[in-house]
Design a protein. Structure first.
Length: 139
């Protein structure tokens, strides 16, 4: 199983960072790899269909959400990513001195039909680092 973990420090407060990145359907407002998020919820599950800049889609289901804990966990259940059993968590905490925040974005997954290192790099750099850096620019 592949694992990715990325951390980004912010000079903004944890509450301010979470206000930007903490909405499950708000990814397109801060992440350049998400053009649109369409709610595909069916009454039992909260599901988003993310449209990518190239027209591809990634379908994700919300597994856990804690506004007070500033964290959510989601799984990929369909789309163009060459992964199975993908579960990721995005969380925001105050840094040690309380003057800023730290975002953690982690994922575990199995790569299918693609190179493992290439897919790990895509998730780490193309998704996580790109998104967290873009969020910093918006703050």
């Amino acid at each position: 199983m592949a694992k990715v973990a990325v951390t980004h420090k912010y000079s903004a407060t944890a509450d301010d960072v979470w206000a930007l990145v903490g909405g499950f359907h708000t990814l397109p407002s801060w992440h350049p790899a998400a053009v649109k998020s369409t709610d595909q919820s069916d009454g039992n599950d909260i599901v988003r269909d993310l449209e990518l800049p190239d027209g591809g889609h990634v379908i994700e289901r919300l597994e856990e959400f804690s506004n007070s804990g500033r964290s959510y966990t989601y799984s990929i259940i369909g789309g163009v990513m060459p992964v199975e059993q993908y579960v990721a968590t995005l969380s925001v905490i105050e840094d040690d001195n309380g003057a800023g925040a730290i975002a953690h974005w982690t994922a575990d997954f199995v790569v299918v039909g693609a190179g493992e290192q290439e897919t790990v790099d895509l998730v780490a750099n193309g998704v996580f680092l790109t998104g967290l850096a873009a969020a910093a620019d918006k703050l």
